[in-house]
Structure formats: structure tokens, C-alpha cells
Design a binder for this molecule. Structure first.
Ligand SMILES: NC(=O)c1ccc[n+]([C@@H]2O[C@H](COP(=O)([O-])OP(=O)(O)OC[C@H]3O[C@@H](n4cnc5c(N)ncnc54)[C@H](OP(=O)(O)O)[C@@H]3O)[C@@H](O)[C@H]2O)c1
Length: 301
């Protein structure tokens, strides 16, 4: 019951979005725990710096760290990633899909290019890479962990997040399907639903976040990426399938429990009743904030 369900020492972890933010924070922790780590993202200059940093943490003789520069929103590049592992006869034990970013903005002002970017980075990088890697995931059958990075907004989408939350909900749905489909191959599928944490991506997100989005979100301090990575790792070690990095995320997810994996069953079932009773009232309050802003903007014109 208390055993470590996510052993990393001597294992091979592949981390997408591993050049910054949560991906890099996880890479640092895994290397320090004795894992072999390959990080993937598009910008080679960032990757080489990260690998140099990671190499300083290597402690074991045969432990290795490497990178692959690839745009994972393109299937052909995901196939090249697979070929890298095939050529080296390496079989990843942990595939962690962290690549993702948000462009919060009112839908009316949303450039089409940003819609495409949202689909590419948040969904295609995950679904394409996992699909391209299937030959290595399904053979040989062994204990593996596939970790997807969604967001707590997958459980409640609100004003300003039209470019982002639909894709994070898609990642959640993908992970739910694969949890069943990959079961026969020894793969455990986990999904992380982080709340705010500090990263380069988060800093960029703050530049366009509409005031109303921030108001609906409420006070939600961004924790350091390292702290977020520690929470994720501890949760993986405990064998959690759905992983939350703050209490509010867990509460919001409990409001719509449905078929989802769960923990603290009675508490979550109680919260799901609260959600059923009051969830819509909270949403109506948020709708009133939208109307209020719209009316005051009209008066000012
Ligand atoms: N930060 C938060 O508050 C927060 C909250 C909830 C959920 N999340 C989710 O948590 C995950 C990590 O967030 P973060 O803030 O650490 O991200 P981040 O700082 O924006 O880093 C994103 C990473 O993804 C890589 N990337 C972007 N597009 C790519 C592509 N097409 N192919 C390969 N790599 C690509 C980036 O490198 P290149 O640009 O060089 O490719 C970078 O390494 C994301 O999925 C995010 O949506 C974040």
C-alpha cells in the first residue's frame, strides 16, 4: 500500500516540453533520483542549455541525459523521435507529455493563428507523440507510465479560455480512453490537472489574460514550478491516476466526478453532491459578472 508506484532510478523518462517550466522541473528531479532522461521541445538552444544543467545532476555511472529537438505537432517529427529510440534500442519507461500553453483572450478578439496554436501545442503534441511511439509502448509488455498534462480548467471552462480549455478537456478524454486501451500492455496512464504555477509559459499567459478571466479565477497564486513538480512526483509515487496540485483543483474536479478515477471517495462523493446543488449558481454568478462588465463598457461608450 505504501510502496513507491513510480520507480525512476535506472529507468528511462522522456519528457516533452522539457526545456522549461514543469517539464524541466520534472527532468531535474528525475535525473537527481537516478533516471535517464530525454527531453524534447522545438528550440535546440534551450535544450542544450537544459541538458548541460541536467548533466550536473547525474550521479550514477551509466546514467545518461539527452535531448531531441522536434516540433511534436507534426506527425513526421514524432516518427523521427521514435526512430531515435529504435536506433539506440531504448524503451522508455515513463513518457511525460508536458508541452502545452495557453493564450487567454476573448474569443471575439482571437486570431485564427492562436486557435491553431492551441490545437497544435496542447493536443497534437500529446496525441501524435503517443501514437507514433505505440510500437515501443506495446512491445515488450512491461510496467510503464504515461503522464498527460491537462489543466484544472478541463473541469470548468470559463470566460477567456476558449482557445485552451477545449484542448485540455480533449487531453483528459484521450487519457481516459488510453487508460483502458493500454492496460493490457502494462501501461498506467496518469493525468495531471495543475493549478497555476510559475513558468515562462505562465508569464506569457498573464500578458493577455482578460481582467474578467482573472476575476472569475479569483486569487490563485502561482506556485514555483519546482514545487509543482514535487507534488506531481509524490502523487505518481502514490499511484494516483488524476493528479491535482492544489486543493481548489481537487474540489472543482470533485464537483463533476462522473466516471473519473477518484480518491477519498466519501469526501469526493459529498463534494459532487455540493457541485450538483450549487455548481450552476456559481456559474450564474460568473454570468452576472460578464453582463456587468458588458453593461459598464456600453455606458462608457
Ligand atoms: N503554468 C501553469 O500555470 C499551468 C497551469 C495548468 C496547466 N498547465 C500545463 O502544464 C504544462 C506545462 O506548462 P508550463 O507552464 O511549464 O509550459 P511552458 O513554460 O509554456 O513550456 C512549454 C514547453 O513546451 C515546448 N513546446 C511548445 N510547443 C511545442 C511543440 N510543438 N513541440 C514540442 N515542444 C513544444 C516548449 O519549448 P519550445 O517552445 O522550445 O518548443 C516548452 O518547453 C502545459 O501543458 C500547460 O498547458 C500549466
Amino acid at each position: 500500500m505504501f510502496s513507491n508506484k513510480f520507480v525512476v532510478e535506472g529507468k528511462l523518462a522522456v519528457i516533452t516540453g522539457g526545456s522549461q517550466g514543469l517539464g524541466f522541473a520534472l527532468a531535474k528531479k528525475l535525473v537527481s533520483k537516478g533516471a535517464n532522461v530525454v527531453i524534447i521541445s522545438r528550440t535546440e538552444s534551450k535544450l542544450t542549455k537544459c541538458v548541460a544543467e541536467l548533466k550536473k545532476r547525474v550521479e550514477k555511472e551509466n546514467q545518461f541525459v539527452d535531448y531531441i529537438a522536434a516540433d511534436l505537432s507534426k506527425y513526421a517529427e514524432c516518427e523521427k523521435v521514435r526512430e531515435y529510440f529504435v536506433a539506440k534500442q531504448l524503451y522508455p519507461d515513463h513518457l511525460i507529455c508536458c508541452a502545452g500553453d495557453a493564450y487567454p483572450e476573448e474569443f471575439i478578439k482571437m486570431p485564427v493563428a492562436k486557435i491553431d496554436q492551441g490545437i497544435d501545442v496542447n493536443y497534437k503534441t500529446a496525441v501524435y507523440l503517443v501514437h507514433a511511439m505505440l510500437p515501443l509502448i506495446t512491445e515488450p509488455v512491461r510496467e510503464q507510465h504515461l503522464v498527460f498534462c491537462s489543466s484544472v480548467v478541463a473541469f470548468y471552462s470559463y470566460y477567456g479560455y476558449s482557445q485552451y480549455t477545449p484542448l485540455k478537456a480533449a487531453v483528459k478524454a484521450l487519457s481516459d480512453s488510453l487508460r483502458q486501451e493500454l492496460l493490457p500492455y502494462g501501461v498506467k496512464v496518469h493525468t495531471v490537472f495543475p493549478g497555476n504555477f510559475q513558468s515562462e509559459g505562465y508569464a506569457e499567459e498573464m500578458l493577455t489574460k482578460p481582467a474578467l478571466t482573472a476575476q472569475i479565477e479569483g486569487p490563485s497564486p502561482a506556485i514555483p514550478a519546482d514545487e509543482c513538480a514535487s507534488i506531481v512526483l509524490k502523487s505518481l509515487e502514490k499511484g494516483k491516476l488524476y493528479i491535482f496540485t492544489d486543493l481548489i483543483g481537487w474540489v472543482i474536479a470533485s464537483f463533476s466526478l462522473g466516471f473519473n478515477p477518484r480518491e477519498w471517495w466519501f469526501a469526493q462523493i459529498f463534494l459532487s453532491l455540493i457541485g450538483a446543488l450549487f455548481g450552476r449558481l456559481i456559474d450564474l454568478y460568473h454570468e452576472s459578472l460578464v453582463r456587468k462588465q458588458f453593461n459598464s463598457a456600453k455606458k462608457q461608450k
